[in-house]
Design a protein around this ligand. Structure first.
Ligand SMILES: [Ca+2]
Ligand SMILES: [Ca+2]
Ligand SMILES: [Ca+2]
Length: 429
């Protein structure tokens, strides 16, 4: 009877956990005509034009249905408002006019991050860019300016200061050039035997979640984490197929607390509550840890644990237009939202289960789910720990919830809004 119950528990958890990480249908698969590079490299809705004779400006612009705009300092160029999507077309047309010395897009040269895939990380910095997956076989259609958590702006205040974030998941790949160096401690509570290094994450989920939190920023390769100077505590509780037990997860939580975790992320869950899991969560909260978990991918209001426990921040998923993802679990019990559709991050550099299931590339690729939204919030909590509000887990949680952007659906799909890292750390935009 005991073993039978155990099997039931394991099966329930496995399906729920698989569902959190294994969604593909929500990523738009249609190839858009827009070149991802072109659309990601300049500011939408404006171009720069310098006239040979400013007296001709009004007439030339009028031919294209445009109006004069303000001078850009003493450069002689003017900033002209144009319809979004027409920037390159109008630059081309105006360049051929003899009265125009030059016309160019307003290129984005912000001090953001030189990481190869950073322009695809709309969750951190959304300029309305479209982008593809690593293989170039799927396009995520252009989103909306600033449907993001403003991580770049938040970094002007803090980049994390070695704050310890525990990733309770399928493990973090060893020897990954963009995330492994951020892992300060690791332990295995899953039923996977670790024989060689690759056994630490053959599923791929934990490596992706860890990269969302703390991938190395500004090292030219890969992606940048929301909290790029955070330290990762890698608690492997899920096996190669993404399933784990309540006892394993509880042990992972206890270990994380003992290792000084200030934030715990759990991109996992199931419909059935566990008194052991809840006790571990409450002990961690009482020890001062901020605890964040995925709301689930059921597309219903059904509560998922551990996210539904009062001491856990439950996170729903939005897309690059600040709309609720269709698959995201929602409801008044869900606390906040964060981007969770087509989120770029690290994957193992060797074959892994999610790669085969969802067609993801080795090294780096997109993944979709509330599993991807949760670590964005966990990383934001880690950033807040490095500010004046970082006096206790109560204050950090309060700051994240109070500064969330009340996007459409707030009050229905989630209580507080889509998390805003910039406002959470008190930066100015
Ligand atoms: Ca932004
Ligand atoms: Ca990087
Ligand atoms: Ca909760």
């Amino acid at each position: 009877m005991i073993s039978g119950m155990k099997r039931t528990v394991l099966a329930g958890l496995a399906s729920a956990v698989m569902a959190l990480g294994a969604l593909t249908a929500a990523v738009p698969g249609n190839a858009a005509a827009t070149s991802p590079l072109a659309s990601s490299s300049f500011v939408s809705g404006q171009i720069l034009v310098k006239f040979r004779d400013n007296a001709a400006a009004s007439g030339v612009l009028g031919q294209h249905g445009l109006r004069e705009g303000p001078a850009v300092g003493s450069t002689g160029a003017h900033l002209i408002t144009v319809p979004a999507g027409k920037e390159l077309h109008l630059v081309e047309a105006l360049s051929h006019n003899p009265a125009v010395e030059y016309a160019e897009p307003d290129e984005l040269a912000t001090a953001t991050s030189d990481d190869e895939y950073f322009p695809r990380q709309y969750a951190l910095h959304n300029v309305g860019q479209a982008f593809t997956n690593t293989a170039g076989t799927k396009t995520v259609a252009a989103g909306t300016d600033n449907a993001d958590v403003d991580a770049v702006e938040a970094w002007t205040v803090t980049t994390g200061g070695d704050t310890r974030v525990a990733i309770i998941d399928s493990g973090v790949a060893i020897n990954h050039p963009d995330i492994s160096s951020r892992v300060v401690e690791r332990a295995n509570f899953s039923d996977t035997a670790i024989v060689v290094d690759e056994d630490y994450d053959r599923y791929g989920h934990g490596t992706h979640v860890a990269g969302i939190v703390a991938a190395a920023r500004d090292n030219t390769i890969g992606v940048a984490g929301v909290c790029p100077d955070c330290a990762i505590l890698d608690a492997k509780v899920l096996n190669d197929s993404g399933s784990g037990s309540s006892s394993g997860i509880a042990n992972g939580i206890n270990w994380a607390v003992s290792k000084g975790a200030q934030v715990i992320n759990m991109s996992l869950g199931r419909r059935v509550s566990s008194r052991t899991l809840e006790a571990a969560v409450n002990n961690a909260w009482n020890a001062g840890v901020v605890i964040v978990a995925a709301a689930g991918n059921g597309g219903t209001q059904a509560q998922v644990y551990p996210g539904a426990y009062p001491n856990v921040i439950a996170v729903a998923a939005t897309d690059n237009n600040d709309m609720k993802a269709s698959f995201s679990t929602y409801g008044k019990w869900v606390d906040v939202a964060a981007p969770g559709v087509g989120v770029y991050s690290t994957f193992p550099t060797y074959p892994f289960t999610l790669g085969g299931q969802n067609g993801r590339s080795m090294g780096y690729d997109i993944e979709t789910g509330t599993s991807m939204a949760s670590p964005i919030v966990a990383a934001t909590a880690a950033l807040v720990w490095n500010t004046a509000a970082g006096t206790s887990n109560i204050e950090v949680r309060k700051k994240i919830e109070a500064t969330a952007n009340p996007i459409k659906g707030t009050g229905t799909y989630w209580k507080y809004g889509r998390v805003d890292a910039c406002k959470a750390v008190g930066c100015t935009k």
